[in-house]
Design a protein around this ligand. Structure first.
Ligand code: MEV
Length: 323
């Protein structure tokens, strides 16, 4: 049997703006997806018959990347992530499957993390009609703090470039790693799930529509760009008070792009008195908020009181690993 684990992620700054070439900053989180593969008499997943159409990420990696034609596999998946909630659950699944298959098929070859991130991205694109940013798969593969940007970003290390042919044409991205401070000063990330899943494609299309009808909304993108760079600088210096302020500011601009929701705003308001900063994370319209705080238990209670489901993670979790 082979097993692998890949973490989920949360976007700290730059969601939506990244679609327009601005930078985004994402952090890997402790929670993720664990996959085990065992040779078997028949194809099975989660104790049931494996239907490739129900599992497009897995069948893409099995057949289009690894050209697997060995014995049938019994696939077990344990996910700690809320699905379609902005935490990168499908990216984590793709990376964990890719890493486990690599171990099974090439046991003596070292896992190439960049190659794995690209495999994960291609699986996401195949499952989402050719539209996917590499943010989730790169963050889950590399771990720590990942910056996705069209241009070099001060104080980061360039890791790889990637591109994708989408229905709207070819898109290119550069992936950077930002070094996190050694001491995170008792600071925790707290995620709060609204209980509502939200399709990324619909939210991205909504923003495109808003920008074409109200061109002045482009200023919101510029503002998010500035906040992202300011927030990243503060994060790399370990100035979490400034990171929190930047998160609060970022949430306001996301509200102005109509991607927050009543449930997201309710959770953000509920946690603010006990947090250094809080904002929605990911595509919005539902999904999750992220807060940073020295008092994660109190913030979690606030999320529960406001009707959400909390999850606590440290800052700077490692990336995908074969177990
Ligand atoms: C979704 O997690 C983040 C968005 O910026 C979309 C994307 O980056 O592809 C809304």
């Amino acid at each position: 049997m082979v097993e692998a684990f890949a973490p989920g992620k949360c976007i700290l700054f730059g969601e939506h703006a990244v679609v327009y070439g601005h930078p985004a900053v994402a952090l890997a989180i402790d929670q993720g997806v664990r996959v085990s593969l065992k040779k078997s008499e028949e194809w099975r997943i989660g104790g049931e018959k494996f239907d490739p159409f129900k599992h497009p990420h897995i069948s893409h990696i099995l057949h289009k990347i690894f050209y697997y034609n060995g014995e049938p596999l019994d696939i077990k998946i344990e996910s700690q992530l809320f699905p379609a909630a902005g935490l990168g659950s499908s990216a984590a699944l793709s990376n964990a499957i890719g890493a486990a298959l690599h171990k099974m098929m090439k046991p003596n070859e070292k896992l190439d993390i960049v190659k794995l991130a690209k495999i994960g991205h291609s699986a996401e694109a195949a499952a989402q009609e050719g539209r996917a940013s590499p943010t989730d798969t790169a963050t889950s593969a590399l771990g720590g703090c990942v910056v996705v940007s069209g241009e070099p970003v001060k104080g980061t290390e360039h890791i790889f470039n990637t591109e994708l042919v989408t229905p709207e044409g070819k898109r290119s991205w550069s992936i950077y790693k930002s070094i996190l401070p050694e001491k995170t000063d008792g600071i925790w990330l707290i995620l709060g799930f609204t209980g509502e899943s939200s399709p990324t494609g619909k939210m991205v299309a909504g923003v495109a529509n808003l920008l074409s009808q109200v061109p002045s909304k482009k200023d919101e993108m510029e503002a998010i760009n500035e906040i992202t760079l300011k927030g990243l600088d503060a994060l790399s210096k370990g100035n979490f008070e400034a990171v929190g302020l930047a998160m609060d500011e970022c949430h306001e601009h996301l509200q102005n792009l109509n991607v927050s929701s009543d449930s997201l705003d309710r959770l953000v308001e509920a946690v603010r008195p006990y947090s250094l900063g809080a904002k929605m994370t990911g595509a919005g319209g539902g999904g999750c908020i992220v807060a940073i705080s020295r008092n994660p238990q109190r913030v979690s209670e606030q999320i529960e009181i406001a009707g959400g489901i909390p999850m606590i993670s440290k800052i700077g979790t490692k990336g995908v690993k074969i177990i």
